[in-house]
Design a protein around this ligand. Sequence first.
Ligand SMILES: Cc1cc2nc3c(=O)[nH]c(=O)nc-3n(C[C@H](O)[C@H](O)[C@H](O)COP(=O)(O)OP(=O)(O)OC[C@H]3O[C@@H](n4cnc5c(N)ncnc54)[C@H](O)[C@@H]3O)c2cc1C
Length: 281
Amino acid sequence: MGELHERLPETAAYMHGPPPRKVVAARAKPLEGPPSVTDTPEPAKPHFRSDVTVELVKSDARDADVLFAARVSTAGEQSLEEVTKDPERSKGLINYLMRDRHGSPFEHNSMTFFVSAPIFVFREFMRHRVGWSYNEESGRYRELEPVFYVPGTSRKLVQQGRPGKYEFVQGTEEQYDVTTRAMEESYRASYEAYQEMLAKGVAREVARAVLPVGLFSSMYATCNARSLMHFLGLRTQHELAKVPSFPQREIEMVGEQMETHWQQLMPLTHAAFNKNGRVAP
Ligand SMILES: Cc1cc2nc3c(=O)[nH]c(=O)nc-3n(C[C@H](O)[C@H](O)[C@H](O)COP(=O)(O)OP(=O)(O)OC[C@H]3O[C@@H](n4cnc5c(N)ncnc54)[C@H](O)[C@@H]3O)c2cc1C
């Protein structure tokens, strides 16, 4: 975790790390007033989550940006107002670009998301190399919060069928119970080991080795509509998909929230994506 920050020069700013955008852990209440010599900081209590956070923190993304880029060579049509002036024509052009896979006009926009999700989701996410920029919180420069993933009851637990052709079905009550208990026990034990090492003065970058991939991390991820569509085509399951994909449910949960934000920003582009089988142009 935090590999991007690790490659940055260790300036004073990065030694302390940028402040986390959002406190995702339920931390112990801070002590009131100045600490006395007998006060010892309370260890943070593990916190378990079955959801993920996706926030759109900034964006410059409109359907008009696609038209603007596509019409650059057409005299007199370089206006961002075009989309409202003739919506049917705009819709038609966006659909044509999507259908014939003229992809570059979909790159002239930008969306930055704050994502908080388990590390195993981030491992999958960062395989998406093209058209994405990432900055993840550092486990070297600050103590990691004890926030861990435990699947909710709607998360199908049992895989049936052979590799490449399988489906997930609901677990029994017993399977949910054992999953919850085993995960929580294991998370508590690993976080205690982490705290023990930190208390003895072991560096954060060494102690973090005991923490599991179910630990939550956070990042900013910036993309454009084209790279987001490629991601959504691979990381969501959808009845309109021409090429079905079978992503892990937890990264799909991130993808679904990103799609909701994007759909509001670029409704015509989103509709054309669906109409053309959810294949990125
Ligand atoms: C359901 C599922 C299961 C998966 N299972 C595994 C697994 O078991 N093990 C595993 O390692 N990964 C796995 N992956 C990850 C997968 O192999 C891709 O790394 C990931 O989906 C990112 O896709 P991408 O390379 O197309 O995206 P990006 O890296 O964003 O690339 C976008 C596009 O750019 C082009 N491109 C990028 N880099 C190159 C390059 N070096 N050479 C040529 N063209 C390039 C390609 O056209 C590519 O589609 C899985 C992905 C999915 C969706």
